[in-house]
Design a protein around this ligand. Structure first.
Ligand SMILES: Cc1ncc(COP(=O)(O)O)c(C=O)c1O
Length: 349
């Protein structure tokens, strides 16, 4: 059994933090995987805030920083169906901050999925008209809007795409520690924690959390494996090792304790592009649905699970070993047009 030294989560106490997530999220025992390893699912789709998902953990630290700096409004950017934007809208509702979302695409006649919820949470939605993966264009539009709001006296705090700054990644450094503590209670030593990566902050945080525990003498820690679903992160942007090092710096831990060898991105599951469904992703959505009642989406968690299943089929883990899938959420897009594979699944999937 892995045991963590007393209080590694205390390292996070000196950082400004708004309590927004319901933590710890459950760690569920799942079925056997192809090849015989055992699946566990870390339910970060159940973080609570605004229908749940991974961004709640990042937003705790990002909003803590915003409030410390006297912000009265939040600005962030994302794809039209961004989960991050929806959860930022919910955080603003909880904290009494005005929220502005800069989104790709055009204003739809009828809002669905994350856009419907963001509007319900009271956010203002600004559409840039560009394709979903034009991150640079979105970032520039976000900066212009932030400047306008500042000039109008709205005291904006700008959160970059996906909340993937070192401050945001703190949430996933803490999550790694939380997960290892839960594994100790469950009596397992997983070989890996597999998750979906798009803007890289979740990945960087997990890598930083692993380094924090390693520095305290914990060994045999689960590897962190990212399944890349955006071209940027597959091409090495952001530099996840660098972002993890910055995260460690914020925790007064040794930034040099993370190296490129700690960072593994499996780029094989993106398909044609970010947001374009794949056959493997759709199969993984059905597999998860019929094996555990888990709901995965076609842009993120479905492709992430496809990566986990693909690695299991290829024999990466041995029979009897444990593997954790970090379920990062994505539920609302399932209810947007084309958000789920159509037709019933077979129980034998
Ligand atoms: C459901 C879901 N999973 C995974 C991710 C990837 O997280 P990150 O941007 O930190 O890489 C996102 C990001 O938007 C997401 O919405």
């Amino acid at each position: 059994m892995i045991s963590t030294p007393a209080g590694p989560l205390e390292r996070f106490d000196h950082r400004p933090r708004s309590r927004l997530a319901t933590l710890p999220t459950p760690l569920e025992r799942g079925p056997g995987l192809p090849g015989g390893a055992r699946l566990w699912v870390k339910r970060d789709d159940l973080t609570g805030l605004g229908a749940g998902g991974n961004k709640a953990r990042k937003l705790e630290f990002l909003c803590g920083e915003a409030l410390r700096d006297g912000a009265r409004s939040l600005v962030t950017v994302g794809a039209g169906q961004s989960n991050h934007c929806r959860m930022t809208a919910a955080a603003g509702a909880v904290l009494g901050l005005e929220v502005h979302l800069v989104l790709s695409g055009d204003r739809p006649a009828v809002a669905t999925g994350n856009q419907l919820l963001s509007a319900l949470f009271g956010a203002q939605l600004h559409y840039v008209g560009c394709p979903p993966h034009h991150w640079g264009e979105l970032a520039i539009a976000g900066e212009l809007l932030t400047d306008e709001l500042a000039a109008a006296g709205a005291a904006p705090h700008s959160i970059p795409i996906g909340g993937s700054t070192a401050v945001g990644a703190l949430g996933y450094a803490a999550a790694y520690v939380e997960l290892v503590e839960q594994c100790a209670v469950a009596g397992i030593r997983p070989r890996a924690v597999v998750h979906t990566s798009s803007s890289g902050g979740t990945h960087a945080g997990l890598v930083a959390g692993r380094a924090v525990l390693r520095a305290t003498g914990a060994d045999d820690l689960p590897d962190v494996i990212a399944i890349g679903v955006a071209k940027g992160v597959n091409a090495g942007l952001p530099d996840v090792a660098e972002l993890a090092a910055e995260t460690l710096d914020l925790l007064d831990a040794d930034p040099d304790s993370v190296t490129a060898a700690d960072v593994e991105i499996d780029p094989r599951w993106i398909g044609d592009d970010y947001g374009v469904p794949t056959a493997a992703g759709d199969e993984a959505i059905r597999w998860a649905a019929v094996h555990g009642g888990w709901v995965l989406d076609r842009t993120y968690s479905g492709k992430g699970m496809a990566g986990l299943l693909g690695n299991a089929v290829a024999g990466r883990w041995r029979s009897g070993e444990d593997v954790v899938f970090l379920h990062t959420g994505g539920l609302p897009t399932v209810f947007a047009p084309g958000g789920a594979p159509s037709g019933p699944s077979s129980r034998r999937q």
